[in-house]
Design a protein. Structure first.
Length: 183
C-alpha cells in the first residue's frame, strides 16, 4: 500500500457476531477475479482494496466469542467501524448490543483518538424470509440512544448478491473524516 497513492486512505474495522456476513461483505467489494469462497474468519484478516476514490484497509475481525477481545486492539487505529448484523438471528441481538456497548465504551476511553469514528451498520441477509427490517433492528439495538452524536447509518444488505453493499460504502466513505496525512 505504499505512500505514493494519491487516494485518501482509510482504515476500518469490520465486526459483528460470527456468521453475520463480514467476510462476505468484504469479498463482494473485491474485483471479480479476486473474489473467493468465503470461509469463517479465525482471529482476523486484513484486506486492502480501492473503493472509488478511497484506499481502504479493512480489519475483518472474527465474531466468535473467544476472538472478540481482539476488537479493542484495533479500535484506535480506524476511522470507521462496519458492524454487520445477521438480521435473521433474533436470539443473539442482545449479544450484538452488548458487543456494541463494549466497542462504544472503548471509543470513549480518554486515550482513544478515534472516538469520532463513523459507524456503518449492515442489516445483512435481507433476502431471507424472516429477516428483521432496519427500523426494527435500530429499535432492538437502541441505536438512537447508544450512538448519540456519532455519525452512523444502517443499510439493508444481502452481501452474497451485493444488494445494498455499494450504497452503504458510498455513504460510509463520504462520511468518514479524512485521516491526517501521516496516517
Amino acid at each position: 500500500m505504499g505512500g505514493s497513492s494519491s487516494k485518501p486512505q482509510q482504515k476500518v474495522l469490520v465486526i459483528g457476531l460470527d456468521n453475520a456476513g463480514k467476510s462476505t461483505f468484504l469479498n463482494f467489494l473485491k474485483p471479480a477475479k479476486q473474489q473467493s469462497e468465503t470461509v469463517p474468519t479465525v482471529g482476523f484478516s486484513c484486506e486492502t482494496f480501492s473503493y472509488k476514490k478511497t484506499q481502504v484497509t479493512a480489519f475483518d475481525m472474527s465474531g466468535q466469542s473467544r476472538y472478540r477481545s481482539l476488537w479493542e486492539h484495533y479500535i484506535s487505529e480506524v476511522g470507521g467501524i462496519i458492524f454487520v448484523i445477521d438480521s435473521t438471528d433474533f436470539v443473539r441481538l442482545e449479544v450484538a448490543k452488548q458487543e456494541l456497548l463494549f466497542v462504544l465504551g472503548q471509543l470513549n476511553l480518554p486515550e482513544r483518538a478515534s472516538s469520532d469514528c463513523t459507524f456503518l451498520f449492515l442489516a445483512n441477509k435481507m433476502d431471507l424470509p424472516k429477516a428483521k427490517q432496519p427500523p426494527d433492528l435500530i429499535q432492538a439495538l437502541d441505536l438512537h440512544t447508544l450512538m448519540g452524536p456519532k455519525s452512523w447509518q444502517m443499510f439493508a444488505t444481502n452481501c452474497v448478491q451485493g444488494h445494498g453493499v455499494k450504497e452503504s460504502m458510498d455513504w460510509f466513505t463520504k462520511t468518514m473524516k479524512t485521516p491526517p496525512q501521516n496516517y
